[in-house]
Each structure stands twice: as structure tokens, then as C-alpha cells.
Design a protein around this ligand. Structure first.
Ligand SMILES: C[S@@+](CC[C@H](N)C(=O)[O-])C[C@H]1O[C@@H](n2cnc3c(N)ncnc32)[C@H](O)[C@@H]1O
Length: 242
């Protein structure tokens, strides 16, 4: 069973990684066969409903499954050893559903493609994606994505989740991963209506996600996190408050 769980963990990780790479092309409208501004056209009202539902499915899956109470219930159904891997897998599938079913919406809010500003915006967006990836490594990439748990289980060790940490970017912003996504989603040479809906929807979800995540972080780390919260900016990297 341990070997099967380990192979499952690696498979979930690889699926996540492919989804992450696809997301870069989906948001930036390059390389991938279906991006946020391509696909079957439907009336704008219907496209809006479908796109909001897709974002809603991801938001509910990602937030509800991350809560302590849900995990208590969920691990009565699936083995605790593969809870994180399954979370990673279902998050990737919810993202894949967005990529597959997302509807273009026509309309352009701004278009500076082919200009120097357009190139700068593409560069900023790629920096945002890089910021996300680096931040996952600063916090604990392999634990966030379930590989550490899978490896501990394979080697018969009890998995110890890492403690509260503030390495690197975390000294200047409490949520650098979410900051990186926000930059990657907003810095675009072509802001279509569909892209704007995506950027606003994901920003709204990020703020709700931060509220829920910090409730849990305060529950687990108490005063230590409250003190961190009072000093360090939430979403935009800034010098610490005194
Ligand atoms: C997807 S990560 C996002 C982390 C953070 N919100 C960010 O944007 O960089 C979510 C996990 O990181 C954990 N986490 C967030 N901040 C942390 C910190 N400073 N130290 C340890 N774990 C943290 C949360 O408890 C949650 O399990």
C-alpha cells in the first residue's frame, strides 16, 4: 500500500505541475491550444454565468477542502496518508475544468500588444509566475504539494508538518504566493472582458481565501501569527510596520 500511495502522490504532483504550466499559457494566451480568449463563443451573459460558476467550483473545492473540520470528515472516507495528494489532484482537476470550459467574452478594455509597454507587461506577468514558484519553495514546495507526506509514508516515518515560518519574501508580505498570482493575472498586454472577469474573480477569491487561511493560522499559531499579522503587509510587499 505504501508504494501505491507513493506512486499516487507522485502522479498527483506531476498532474499539478502540468496544470501549473498550462495555466501560464492559458492566462497569457500563448502556446496552449485553448486559452482564456479562445474557444466556443456564446452570448456574453451566458459566458459570464459559466465563467463565474467555473471560478466558484475552484473556490469552493480549494477553500472547503483546506479547512480543518472538512479534513476530519474527509479522512474518514479516504486514507489520511493521501489526503494532501488528493487535495492537490482535485485542485488541479478544478483548474483543468476552468481551462477546458472557460468561454471567451469578446470586448477589449486595453490592448497594448506589440508595443514596448506590452512586452513590459508580459515580463511582469512572468515575474509574477516566478514569484509564485519561488515562494512555494521558500515555504515548503514538496509539503504544499504532498510529496513530503508521500515520501515519509513510503519510508515508514511519521510526517511532521513544518511550523510557522517567515523566510525570504514572507518577511515583507504574508501571502507572496497569492501576490505572485495577482501580478501574473493583472499584468497583461491585452485585457479582454474574459480576462478582466478572471482577474477580478480570482482577486475576490484570494481575499476570501486569505481571511479563511488566517483564521486557521491564528488558531494554530496564536499570538505568534497575530504579531506577524500586525507587522507584515497582507498582499503587497511593503516595509514592515513598527
Ligand atoms: C497555498 S499555501 C499559501 C501560503 C500563503 N498564503 C502565500 O500566499 O504565500 C497555503 C498553506 O500555507 C500555510 N501557510 C501560510 N503562511 C504560512 C507561514 N508563514 N508559515 C507556515 N505555513 C504557512 C497555510 O497554513 C496553508 O496550509
Amino acid at each position: 500500500m505504501r508504494l501505491i500511495y507513493f506512486i499516487y502522490g507522485i502522479t498527483c504532483y506531476l498532474i499539478f505541475f502540468l496544470t501549473f504550466l498550462y495555466a501560464i499559457g492559458f492566462v497569457g494566451n500563448f502556446v496552449v491550444p485553448k486559452s482564456m480568449d479562445t474557444g466556443p463563443e456564446v452570448p456574453i451573459g451566458i459566458a459570464l454565468v459559466i465563467n463565474m460558476l467555473l471560478l466558484g467550483v475552484f473556490a469552493v473545492q480549494h477553500s472547503v477542502m483546506a479547512r480543518r473540520d472538512f479534513k476530519k470528515f474527509w479522512t474518514k472516507i479516504i486514507p489520511t496518508e493521501i489526503e494532501r495528494n488528493t487535495y492537490v489532484l482535485l485542485s488541479s482537476l478544478a483548474l483543468a475544468l476552468i481551462f477546458w470550459q472557460w468561454r471567451p467574452m469578446g470586448g477589449v478594455i486595453w490592448d497594448v500588444s506589440g508595443t514596448a509597454l506590452g512586452s513590459v507587461l508580459i515580463g511582469i506577468s512572468l515575474i509574477g509566475w516566478t514569484f509564485v514558484l519561488i515562494s512555494t519553495f521558500l515555504l515548503n514546495h514538496f509539503e504544499l504539494l504532498g510529496l513530503s507526506q508521500a515520501y515519509s509514508n513510503l519510508t515508514g516515518k511519521t510526517f511532521e508538518s513544518s511550523k510557522f515560518r517567515t523566510p525570504g519574501f514572507y518577511k515583507f508580505v504574508r501571502h507572496p504566493i497569492y501576490f505572485g498570482f495577482t501580478v501574473a493575472f493583472w499584468a497583461t498586454p491585452v485585457m479582454s472582458t474574459a480576462h478582466l472577469v478572471f482577474a477580478i474573480g480570482t482577486l475576490g477569491y484570494t481575499l476570501v481565501g486569505i481571511y479563511l487561511e488566517e483564521k486557521d493560522l491564528i488558531f494554530v499559531y496564536g499570538e505568534e501569527y497575530k504579531k506577524y499579522k500586525s507587522k507584515v503587509s497582507m498582499l503587497i510587499p511593503l516595509p514592515n510596520r513598527r
